[in-house]
Design a protein around this ligand. Structure first.
Ligand code: 5GP
Ligand code: MG
Length: 184
């Protein structure tokens, strides 16, 4: 049953599931026989659902780490300068790093995280995003793996939130316009 706050479903749970199998296969092929282990760094909080599903289909051994980046807060407008909050548990120097995020929008978050992680001299650095909104890009950042291109619409579900809500929905959708005018 669709949540009544959702206006339209953009990606069904089944569509998401089958695409994740494809991306996992591509990632497996990329690392297979090449690296012993990767450090997979997930960007909290949005990427947790995608990461949880993706890693269960990865055959390359991995260590999981996370970074929290300052987010939208309760609005739908991205902050222009994302800030990295907290630090990594692992030493990524000479390690193979895969960064995973929920959505590549302006590209500012990934660009910032990539530059901070690269400064620590990993052996390799790849990026994987669940969603891509090409129309909104403010730089020329491109992810190595991307699940779906979507139009310039604010989406929730499958880990993505509005004011902390809707992350648990197994599908991706847009919200009813009335939700944005309600007091939180
Ligand atoms: P950036 O603009 O830096 O590429 O993306 C920043 C962050 O904004 C993403 O990691 C994601 O958390 C959030 N974001 C961008 N577009 C959307 C959207 O449509 N819905 C939600 N819930 N978050 C978004
Ligand atoms: Mg995010």
């Amino acid at each position: 049953m669709k949540n009544t706050d959702i206006e339209k479903v953009i990606l069904s749970a089944e569509t998401i599931r089958s695409r994740i199998l494809e991306i996992a296969e591509e990632i497996n092929q990329h690392y297979q026989d090449r690296v012993r282990e990767i450090i997979l760094i997930t960007l909290l909080d949005g990427a947790i659902v995608f990461t949880a599903d993706l890693i269960r289909h990865l055959s390359v051994p991995l260590r999981l780490d996370c970074i929290r980046v300052s987010s939208y807060g309760d609005s739908t407008n991205p902050e222009t300068a994302p800030r990295i909050l907290g630090s990594l548990k692992s030493d990524v120097r000479e390690r193979h790093v895969l960064l995973v995020d929920d959505i590549l929008d302006t590209g500012n978050t990934m660009q910032k995280v990539v530059s901070e992680v690269s400064a620590k001299k990993p052996a390799s650095l790849k990026t994987c995003v669940f969603l891509n909104k090409p129309e909104r890009r403010q730089n020329n950042f491109q992810a190595d793996w991307s699940g779906f291109n979507i139009p310039d619409e604010f989406v929730v579900g499958y880990g993505l939130d509005y004011a902390g809500r809707y992350r648990e929905l197994p599908y991706l959708g847009t919200l009813m316009p009335s939700i944005y005018t309600q007091t939180l």
